[in-house]
Design a protein around this ligand. Structure first.
Ligand code: URP
Ligand code: ZN
Ligand code: ZN
Ligand code: ZN
Length: 473
């Protein structure tokens, strides 16, 4: 087993920062030491195999992206990153664990859907991975199957109030699934948009000849997100289900979440980098068909309405608890272009798994969040929320050796000339400049990114069984 000592860096956790050395034995962190104290320690190895000098850099727990869709079949095509390409790109960007969504499709049995996801991922991942379960068909059989999810290491499931005819659940199905959530402790994750109403707006816009990507954002109005968020909160209130609303983009939806939390409910919200930086006007409204790059649901919101600034503020106040990517990449050629002349046929999703740590670090540089909050919203809270904490999300003895050495004096230019590693023919983030750089990434003690070199391999990443949430009140 290799022993590794990371020296001279500033260890940053959700609760503070200090100069410390980190000792990793094999796959596991065994000590966090005052600088130089290893010379005095008796139970520490006399020598280490490898010393990594982190002087002037931050040493943080590896990023956890709790919302990805590798190889997701969607809109007549499939997300363009495989588990192999997507997890490698994640590693490049300082993410050492993903939680992807296994899918039960309509008419399928839950455990058959889960087995399919295991087949896609097993032996292919560069970093550790876990699963949430999409329940695309709430019925007596799937409700019973949900009793067995925790034993499989799956402690959360996602329902959709959007996408009628695909993943959609009606209110009766949501009520039954949330009763199961309250019984089992599994977190209900909700895609909160009023799908049936949105579909009418889509039809009407198309009939008026409004077919450009911009109208995707018009059809999926914030009122439809606020309404669905409120409805989900109320059904959760009635049933006692813990509720986690995914990809929150509208400030009015955040206000619903904040009010429910003020009321003592176990209600949480996630946002994504695209809702912090990008907008309806500048991105979805780009000339011609370019806006298709940014078609995702919930949609990018109007900057004039102030959603983006409000979302940053919500991260400060903990009205929004964490940031995931909702990584769901599609190429422009052959995928996004299915929606030329009809925005509703553009496959929904943006690829960001490689850039989340950098994009949120820029929030530190810009004075939006603290360094500690950066670690909290990208690693520690995801670990606690989804039952990984202790092994993941923290630098302490006994935790997995998942560590990122981040250089605040480095620089990262995102997206030019295919400098990213995601399997996409474009970048949703081209032109973004980050005043920082992912220098070194360790995944369970193995250096997988060494400056600008990838040293990992497919199959390094293991399936991680999750326990119940450690975040509930
Ligand atoms: O546009 C998105 N979000 N695509 C992925 C599927 C989902 O709803 O999360
Ligand atoms: Zn969704
Ligand atoms: Zn998603
Ligand atoms: Zn470097």
């Amino acid at each position: 087993m290799t022993t590794t000592l990371i020296t001279g860096g500033t260890v940053v956790t959700a609760t503070g920062r200090s100069k410390a050395d980190v000792l990793i034995d094999g796959e596991t962190i065994v000590a966090v030491l005052e600088p130089g104290s290893r010379l005095l320690g008796t139970d520490l190895p006399a020598s280490v195999d490898r010393v990594i000098d982190a002087t002037g850099k931050y040493v943080i727990p590896g990023g956890i992206d709790a919302h990805t869709h590798m190889e997701l079949p969607f809109g007549g095509t499939a997300a363009s990153d495989t588990f192999e390409t997507g997890t490698r790109a994640a590693a490049w960007g300082g993410t050492t664990t993903i939680i992807d969504f296994a899918v039960q499709t309509y008419g399928q049995r839950v455990f058959d859907g889960l087995a399919t996801w295991h087949q896609k991922a097993a032996g292919n991942c560069a970093i550790d991975y876990a699963f949430h379960q999409i329940i695309g068909d709430v019925n007596a059989d799937s409700l019973q199957a949900m009793d067995g999810l925790l034993a499989e290491g799956v402690s959360s499931f996602k329902l959709f109030m959007a996408y009628p005819g695909v993943f959609y659940s009606d209110d009766a199905q949501i009520l039954r699934a949330m009763q199961k959530s309250a019984d089992t402790g599994l977190i209900t994750m909700m895609h909160a948009e009023n799908g049936p109403a949105i579909d009418v707006l889509v039809e009407q816009l198309l009939a008026q000849g409004k077919t450009d990507p911009y109208y995707h954002g018009v059809a999926r109005a914030w009122q439809m997100e606020e309404e669905a968020t409120h409805r989900a909160i109320m059904i959760a209130n009635l049933t006692g289900a813990p509720l986690y609303v995914v990809h929150v983009s509208a400030r009015q939806a955040v206000e619903q979440l904040a009010a429910a939390r003020d009321n003592g409910q176990n209600v949480f919200g996630e946002t994504c980098p695209q809702y912090l930086y990008l907008s309806l006007e500048e991105n979805l409204g780009a000339p011609g068909f370019e806006g298709a790059k940014w078609v995702c649901s919930t949609p990018l919101r109007s900057r004039a309405e102030g959603h983006q600034d409000h979302m940053w503020q919500s991260l400060r106040t903990n009205d929004i608890q964490m940031v995931s990517t909702d990584h769901c990449p599609f190429c422009m050629k052959g995928q996004k272009d299915l929606g030329l002349g009809n925005f509703s046929k553009i496959p929904n999703g943006i690829g960001s798994v490689e850039h989340r740590m950098d994009l949120l670090y820029q929030g530190v540089v810009n004075g939006r969040i603290t360094l500690e909050r950066w670690v909290e919203i990208t690693s520690t809270t995801p670990a606690r929320m989804f039952g990984l904490y202790g092994k993941k999300g923290v630098i302490q003895p006994g935790a997995d050796g998942d560590i990122v050495i981040y250089d605040p004096n480095g620089h990262t230019s995102i997206g030019y000339e295919k400098t990213h590693h995601m399997n996409m023919d474009h970048s949703a983030w081209e032109g973004y400049e980050i005043d920082g750089h992912v220098d070194t990434v360790l995944s369970r003690g193995k250096v997988v990114i060494d400056h600008n070199e990838y040293l990992g391999a497919k199959g390094d990443g293991q399936f991680v069984k999750r326990g119940l949430s450690q975040y509930l009140i």
